[in-house]
Design a binder for this molecule. Structure first.
Ligand SMILES: [Zn+2]
Length: 155
């Protein structure tokens, strides 16, 4: 180990603690990127599905060529309007999911950036150190618990 260089930045966190937090952040980054990719792929296949003729219940000629036709069979009990409404609500949910995943991903990347510059672990509002307990749970936290609460309760 090469821990003899004790840095005073990063709010006094030890190299070992920082390494563990960085690993946690990198895991989250990977997870969020995969999640966003899955949402994008799901949106893509739904988009293709919308090109099927709505009024006439015969499947699109191309639909038989892949597994999607099988999966869609359960939807045949819905009329076109129900199906459109269902599709819209699924889209709304995945848009919200994607938005929150992107937000977390941006926070996680910003935290890794701060870590790379030795500016990690200080509160952006009061500049005090963020407790290790809090960083362990929310490694991308920008604010200490007190400032976070102040921000949350502000109108
Ligand atoms: Zn603070």
């Amino acid at each position: 180990m090469n821990d003899q260089v004790v840095r005073n930045d990063d709010a006094g966190l030890s190299a070992g603690v920082l390494a563990a937090l960085r690993e946690n952040l990198e895991d989250q980054r990977r997870f969020r990127r995969e999640q966003l990719q899955q949402i994008a792929e799901a949106a893509q296949s739904r988009h293709e599905g919308e090109h099927r003729p709505a009024r006439n219940e015969r499947p699109h000629p191309r639909a038989g060529l892949d597994g999607r036709a099988q999966r869609d069979r359960g939807d045949d009990t819905l009329d076109a309007r129900d199906r459109a409404a269902h599709s819209a609500s699924v889209t709304e949910v995945s848009v919200k999911l994607a938005a929150s995943a992107r937000m977390v991903l941006a926070d996680v990347e910003a935290a890794l950036e701060r870590m790379a510059h030795g500016q990690y672990g200080s509160c952006h509002r009061c500049t005090g150190p963020i407790s290790l307990d809090r960083l362990t749970i929310v490694p991308q936290a920008r604010y200490c618990a007190r400032c976070h609460r102040v921000r949350e309760t502000r109108p």
